[in-house]
Design a protein around this ligand. Structure first.
Ligand code: PEP
Ligand code: MG
Length: 907
């Protein structure tokens, strides 16, 4: 079977094979070649070879195919590998199915040997040839031979010092040849061998190393963070070199076909004249703009022909891929070559804007627009911003430390961390962190992840920091050149201002401003339209795009989306975010309120049933008021109210001082408070006297709550509303528990309804959060109107991990790969998920129309939502701010399902 695919001169063997086989880079090169876009010739070794290499297989199986492809490459390039007169030089690059910027290895200028270097010198000059050889030896030494890079850097510094050279540009051909000699000596000394002087040996060494770089630590971390399966593997691309560093008529650059931060339809990118390879992305020199900006340095002005050709390429690629592309190009002696195209990473703002614009441009349809926006990206649209008044005041006070390029929109305040390690450490202590670096590299990935915001002082809008921050949805500013980040002195400073490591700074990733101290934040533009009404929809392009995507999503999803909301205000927000009902109202949150806790404690400390009822009577009107408020907000939408769940002990005071206060408030002795608190104390309250167990031993509490619900419902009905209460009994494990409490609830409800003379339709259901309830669902369902999976408790009880105590071991489990991820965040589809499937199926065996939802935290997690869709649930319920995410996630899985894409479990 063919595993190596050639491309060049308008023909590509791999065209149409796609990213799964060729990796993103290989597929892009094949497609561009087939479109007739100028691409240096080369070949791609497919991703499946990587899996073999990971398993320890040798590369012998592809040897003859690679030889054939190399022959074709020589022919297409009209150069020969190892030919001293006209040598073919190649790059060897990784390229996985999904882009992993900078995580794996690359080698450039391969094929330079002691013989071919002379050929290159004859064609392009001594200095150029020595510089290429130096770069090659250093990269190969680092990546393939594993000689620490800093040793080469040291050699270079020494020669520079000896020659009095300020920059690399000041080094002569002879200086560079001296560096080459020193680099070779380092390699000899470190490895015991000479640097390989046979181009084929170099090539095989490089291919093996690039495949192996799939398993380096930073690539593994990146995959874990982005849920990229280890089995995918990377492809390897071998391609003829073109040189952007052949003087001032050469250049290298990157471009996005639209603005990756705002999504605006304008060409966007940067280039560096006379530069090679990763120089732009590494952020070492500050690049110049593509488009004319008045500086006179843009590509449009300095190389107008190449710019015009690049514009044409831009249009063709967008037509072909029907998505925003991220391009890498090189100009060699005024001739343009494309080295890469891939779907560009973008912020949440850009994602909705590009998706809706492309629908309007006729490039994609609404289904595809939905697939283009990751549900989590919507979170960025809802994230806070700095209020303009406070920011202006801070700037007026002289707190503006400096400005940079806005690379990741939003507002972030945090304590300054000057290294990635420090960022991780400081974030673990709880305060938000802003990571400030000169530039970032793939080693910083964990620190970037831990940070609330990222600031770099060098590099452009396509530097590593910008690309990665965009992918992570982080607020980010890059290239803030006036600011210096100085880990040696533990501070960032500019213009006589400074912030020490650990002090607060605020970064505005939309405007690019860095401000000393902590600024307040305010709701995002979308929230100002949606919740506050301070901006009109027609004034906000981003709101309109957000809203269109979600309206399309609503037309396509099968799952209902409800919200977990405990107060009228939460309910109002939930509706504005598009919730179709409340899936969980945790009534204990009402008990905890300061005014009420006295009455609640009185109820708990009561000695007789009369005393208890008297205390409950005080709580009743307060609960009634809350429920009425919620019903008013929710209109005709269903409201699932869960009866009291936590153990009573949680409401009692724990320290002496509060005990004394409570005793005084209730006019009883401190001893009594202490005794009762002691008596209610449990060794394991999570598995103790809580949920329905509490309702069975203290039915008067549930009776009071039900009365409050229905009195509120009657009142709102009288006002002309149509409340639809659904009473939910928590923590049921046996049918008997449910039946007993159903009777209590039903009777109490009917009594109030009769008293009120109103008609109030209602339902009584249960939570499924004890594994036994899932297994016995066919019994429990007999007399039950609905199930709602409480996957927080279900996860706790299925694994036997206490929700309150897992912090001590779960992070270790995840770090060591014992569990793929935190099962309290994303559903364990194989274990807990199996119980969800069993419970749903057994419940519906006896009651085919049984309504089934989920209200644990997983209800707002896109991958769990995918699972719930496939498990046949009717709705998910999550916190109000996750409702937009859930709406979109539910639509995406519905569309994928329609297209025949099955469940994609990674658990
Ligand atoms: C659950 O257990 O999933 C649930 C929603 O209830 P709580 O988190 O209140 O225990
Ligand atoms: Mg629970």
């Amino acid at each position: 079977m063919k595993r190596v695919f050639s491309f060049g001169n308008g023909a590509a063997e791999g065209a149409g094979l796609g990213k799964e086989t060729l990796g993103g880079k290989g597929a892009g090169l094949a497609e561009m070649t087939a479109l007739g876009i100028p691409v240096p010739p080369g070949f791609t070794i497919e991703t499946s070879v990587c899996a073999d290499v990971s398993r320890g297989a040798s590369l012998d199986g592809i040897r003859s195919e690679v030889e054939t492809a190399l022959g074709k490459l020589e022919h297409a390039a009209d150069k020969r590998f190892g030919d001293p007169a006209n040598p073919l030089l190649v790059s060897v690059r990784s390229g996985a199915r999904s882009s992993m910027p900078g995580m794996m290895d690359t080698i450039l200028n391969l094929g330079l040997t002691s013989r071919t270097v002379a050929g290159l010198a004859a064609l392009s000059g001594e200095r150029f040839a020595s510089d290429c050889r130096r770069r090659f030896i250093e990269m190969y030494g680092d990546v393939v031979l594993r000689v620490p890079r800093h040793e080469f850097e040291k050699a270079m510094k020494e020669v520079k010092k000896a020659r009095g050279a300020q920059s690399d540009q000041d080094l002569t051909a002879a200086d560079l040849a001296e560096i080459v000699r020193r680099d070779e000596a380092i390699i000899r000394q470190r490895t015991g061998h000479d640097f390989p002087d046979d181009p084929r040996e170099q090539l095989w060494g490089a291919i093996g190393a690039v495949f192996r770089s799939w398993d380096n630590e930073r690539a593994k971390t990146y995959r874990k963070l982005h849920h990229i399966p280890d089995e995918w593997g990377t492809a390897v691309n071998v391609q003829a070199m073109v040189f952007g560093n052949r003087g001032e008529t050469s250049a290298t650059g990157v471009a996005f076909t639209r603005d990756p931060a705002s999504g605006e339809r304008k060409f966007y990118g940067e280039f560096l004249p006379n530069a090679q390879g990763e120089d732009v992305v590494a952020g070492i020199r500050t690049p110049r703009p593509l488009n004319r900006d008045g500086s006179g340095t843009s590509l449009e002005e300095t190389m107008p022909e190449a710019y015009a050709e690049l514009q044409l390429v831009r249009e063709r690629l967008e037509k072909r891929f029907r998505d925003m592309q991220d391009l890498e190009f090189t100009i060699e002696d005024r001739k343009l070559f494309l080295l890469q195209t891939r779907n560009g990473k973008r912020t949440g703002f850009a994602a909705v804007r590009i998706a809706t614009d492309m629908v309007d441009e006729g490039l994609i349809d609404a289904d595809e627009a939905i697939a283009r926006v990751e549900p989590e990206q919507l979170v960025q649209l809802l994230a806070p911003i700095f209020p303009s008044k406070e920011k202006a005041a801070a700037i007026k006070e002289g707190r503006l430390l400096g400005k940079g390029l806005p690379a990741g929109p939003g507002a972030a305040c945090g304590r300054v961390a000057l290294t990635a390690r420090k960022a991780v450490e400081m974030a673990a202590k709880g305060d938000p962190v802003v990571l400030v670096r000169e530039e970032t590299s793939p080693e910083d990935i964990a620190g970037m992840h831990a940070a609330a915001g990222i600031l770099t002082t060098r590099g452009g809008a396509t530097s590593h920091a910008a690309v990665v921050a965009r992918g992570m949805g982080k607020t980010c500013i890059v290239g803030a050149g006036e600011i210096s980040a100085d880990p040696a002195h533990g501070e960032v400073r500019a213009h006589g201002l400074a912030a020490k490591e650990g002090e607060w700074i605020s970064i505005d990733g939309t405007a690019g401003e860095v401000i000393l101290g902590k600024l307040p934040t305010q709701p995002s533009e979308v929230l100002q339209v949606l919740l506050q009404g301070t901006i009109k929809p027609e004034q906000s392009a981003v709101y309109r795009a957000y809203n269109r995507v979600l309206e399309w999503a609503d037309q396509r999803r099968r799952l209902g989306v409800r919200a977990n909301a405990d107060t009228p205000n939460d309910a109002r927000i939930a509706v504005l975010f598009g919730a179709q009902g409340i899936g969980l109202c945790r009534t204990e949150h009402m008990f905890f309120e300061e005014k009420r806790i006295v009455a609640v404690r009185e109820m708990i400390l009561a000695e007789t049933s009369e005393e208890r009822r008297a205390a409950l009577a005080k709580i009743l009107p307060m609960q009634r008021e809350d429920f009425a408020g919620i019903f008013r907000e929710m209109g005709e939408r269903p409201v699932t109210i869960r009866l009291l769940d936590p153990p009573l002990h949680e409401f009692l005071p724990h320290d002496d001082e509060t005990m004394r206060k409570v005793a005084a408030e209730l006019n009883i002795s401190v001893e009594k408070v202490r005794d009762r608190t002691h008596a209610l104390k449990e060794a394991n309250p999570m598995l103790g006297h809580r949920g329905c167990r509490l309702g069975i031993t203290n039915p008067e509490i549930y009776e009071m709550q039900v009365r409050a619900v229905f009195e509120a419902a009657a009142q709102v009905t009288r006002e002309g509303g149509k409340p639809r209460p659904e009473i939910m009994i928590p923590l049921v494990g046996a049918r008997g528990e449910f039946e007993r409490l159903r009777a209590v609830v039903d009777e109490a409800a009917r009594r109030v309804i009769a008293e009120s003379g109103q008609e109030i339709p209602f339902q009584i259901g249960t939570m499924i959060e004890v594994p036994r309830a899932a297994l016995r669902a066919n019994r429990i369902a007999l007399n039950c109107d609905f199930f709602s999976f409480g996957t927080n408790d279900l996860t706790q009880m299925t694994y036997g991990y206490s929700r309150d105590d897992m912090g001590t071991f779960l992070p270790v489990y995840i770090a060591e790969g014992i569990l793929p991820e935190d099962p309290f965040t994303s559903l364990d589809q194989y274990g807990v998920g199996e119980l969800v499937k069993i419970g749903t199926q057994r419940g519906r065996d006896v009651k085919p129309k049984l309504k089934v939802g989920v209200c644990g935290e997983h209800g707002g997690d896109p991958r769990s939502i995918e699972f719930f869709h496939h498990a046949g649930l009717d709705y998910v319920s999550c916190s109000p701010f996750r409702v937009p995410v859930a709406r979109l996630a539910a639509a995406r899985v519905a569309l994928a399902d329609q297209a025949g894409v099955g469940p994609s479990s990674t658990a």
